[in-house]
Design a binder for this molecule. Sequence first.
Ligand code: FO1
Length: 326
Amino acid sequence: MSATENPSEHVTCLALSGGVGGAKLALGLYHHLPPAELAVAANVGDDFEHLGLTICPDIDTLSYTLSGLANLETGWGRTGDTPTFMRALADLGGETWFHLGDGDLAMHVARSHRLRAGESLSRITTDFCTRLGIRARIWPASNDPVRTLVNTADGPLALQHYFVREKCAPIVTGFRYDGTDSARANPDILAALSAPTLRAVIICPSNPFISIDPILALAEINRALRDCAAPIVAVSPIVGGTALKGPTAKMMQELGKAVSADTVARHYGELIDGFVLDPVDAALGQAVRDNGLHTLITPSVMETLDDKIRLAKEVFTFAVSLTKTR
Ligand code: FO1
């Protein structure tokens, strides 16, 4: 692709993703599709300012996962990273509840420096992806700050304070996506959604409340998804009544929702054309179809790379086979 070409013209598949759980399917898609045909719209609602740095956990998790640098035990951070910075920080009485490995720290320092110099988050992310050898696109949902706040019984908490510092313990009563009133969507995402080359939009099995809704809360993206000609399918992050990863099930329970894959299908409602369920939830398929959605029932727990590639292939094939009913 030449520097003057528009990257969105090459995209046949746009994935919407948060961090660890969604990145697994994004990696499968990266292997299944010609890499230049894949773009991942990354949640920025988890981003926060910490120790004077702008940290973008979902962008970084996607970048490390697609470049093969991810720490496979945690799902976030870099493999083989060392803790010298954290130890020195602790000795100085600094905040240590959020772990920044030495190599990972370079990402935050370099990004924060360039943001302060006036570069956009999307441009910096594209440059980092190129330098890490990633041939797909990772597009921050917005270049403007969007910050997810978790409303809890003890008051609102910034996402990382809820998630990491408080270990998801507080009872959740709702969510707020600060900044979405004025934040502009990443123009590359809007261009891809209106391009005739786009064949499928895939909502990864990420947490609907804290990973996907902050993307959908951007009015321009929401409208572009509703107007887009390509089918939209979502993969359930709930399998057999429990979350594949993280606090999705706990949140659903605390919000008074049934912890079940069809709750996720109803959550996305008319935005989506198809929904992917694991065979353990096959009995829920009829209820999902009764709500006007097509279903694909296929194993969706991804442990190995082969699992990720197989699921990605099946989900993409399912999506492109659908004729839009919306
Ligand atoms: N998650 C943790 O549970 N503890 C951490 O100390 C932590 C550090 C961290 C550093 C960089 C990064 O990119 C991600 C990090 N995460 C950590 C993951 C993370 O913040 C959450 O998994 C996501 O934001 C939720 O999607």
